[in-house]
Design a protein around this ligand. Structure first.
Ligand SMILES: [Zn+2]
Length: 349
């Protein structure tokens, strides 16, 4: 009898450890249903968005903090480009800081919108499409078109306000900047709340030459549907940057304060440089590139922005700012064929 007690105790402890280690089951949904989400609580869901060739479901993680009082729906979407990760901890931390019992309205977070490309460390969808140029997508289109259609219709169309969280692409680094329509008062106000270095006017419409009907960004599609939407670029790809994350969380909390969803004053942030337009400057020959300017640096016309060398170290070409402006983003990859990017130049308003 005495021998049995330690064994029973061990079994009991083991069962407790197993119970503790089991994550709480997260419900699977097929569409975001805010009416069904419990008020005064944080809910986590797996939204089944697609299925792979082994018939296995692909899930998008969704967080919903629904207040006890009615109010607007603010949606946060991160990583539509699968290598742009700083937005994920911004959403996680914002939810940690929001008390659903004191919230007015609903905060929705999607910490991993491109659930197929994120585990593959890829910016693009497996079919090489850029999901953020595919909206509205197609209900019965190809793989990426269906994915775009579903994320808009099952998730994003439920928002009143929307922040799409991005970073730079591979081989480049970014300041913290907002892409928004600066001539729209509501969107400009949202942009000013984000603790950004730069606010760039950009309507999110397709650039010339693209097929207009199916090449909108998620932001442009949201705006067409009457959702107030901005894009924020937080630094660099495939990394977590504590400073960017902290400033991103401040921007989300400021947006919640401004919308009256949380009882907190908007925290003032340094005013951002406003740009009326921007463009990338490219090398016209291949070589090894040095970019001797810093992010956020103000440039005069003629300032040197690029030094291109051959493998022997000889300078083969130098590049200069064609007009005054600010460095929004820059290349971080020295290896460039002709057409490689040097800097993303913002032209001040
Ligand atoms: Zn992006």
């Amino acid at each position: 009898m005495l021998m049995k007690r330690p064994i029973l105790l061990c079994i009991f402890l083991l069962s407790q450890i197993i119970a503790w280690a089991q994550p709480t089951a997260i419900p699977v949904i097929t569409e975001l249903g805010l009416a069904q989400a419990p008020a005064g609580k944080l809910s986590k869901y797996w939204l089944q968005i697609a299925s792979n060739s082994l018939s296995e479901p692909i899930y998008v993680p969704i967080m919903v903090a629904k207040g006890l009082e009615d109010g607007p729906v603010l949606g946060l979407t991160a990583a539509i480009h699968g290598n742009e990760l700083n937005g994920i901890p911004i959403i996680q931390e914002a939810f940690r800081q929001v008390d659903p019992t004191k919230l007015k309205g609903t905060l929705v977070g999607v910490p991993g919108l491109n659930a197929i490309s994120i585990p593959m460390d890829r910016r693009r969808f497996p079919d090489e499409e850029d999901l953020n140029r595919l909206f509205p997508g197609k209900e019965n289109g190809d793989e990426s078109q269906q994915y775009a259609w579903r994320i808009f219709n099952k998730i994003v169309r439920h928002f009143d306000y929307h922040i799409d969280l991005h970073t730079a692409s591979f081989g480049r680094i970014n300041s913290l900047y907002v892409r928004s329509d600066i001539y729209n008062d509501t969107l400009m106000q949202m942009a000013r709340l984000q603790d950004a270095d730069i606010i760039l006017h950009n309507e999110g419409k397709p650039s010339a030459g693209q097929v207009v009907a199916a090449s909108r960004t998620l932001r442009a599609e949201a705006m067409l549907a009457g959702i107030h939407s901005i894009t924020v670029e937080y630094g660099d790809p495939q990394v977590y940057q504590p400073e960017m994350i902290e400033r991103g969380v401040l921007g989300v909390l400021n947006t919640l304060s401004w919308l009256g969803m949380i009882n907190r004053q908007v925290v003032p942030t340094p005013s951002a440089v406003v740009c009326k337009k921007s463009y990338w400057i490219y090398v016209d020959e291949g070589g090894l590139l040095e970019v001797p300017v810093e992010l956020k640096q103000l440039l005069l016309k003629g300032d040197r922005i690029g030094i291109l060398r051959n493998p022997f170290g000889d300078i083969i070409r130098e590049y200069f700012a064609p007009e005054p402006g600010i460095v929004i983003g820059k290349s971080s990859n020295p290896s460039n064929g002709n057409g490689g990017r040097i800097i993303h130049l913002g032209v001040l308003r």
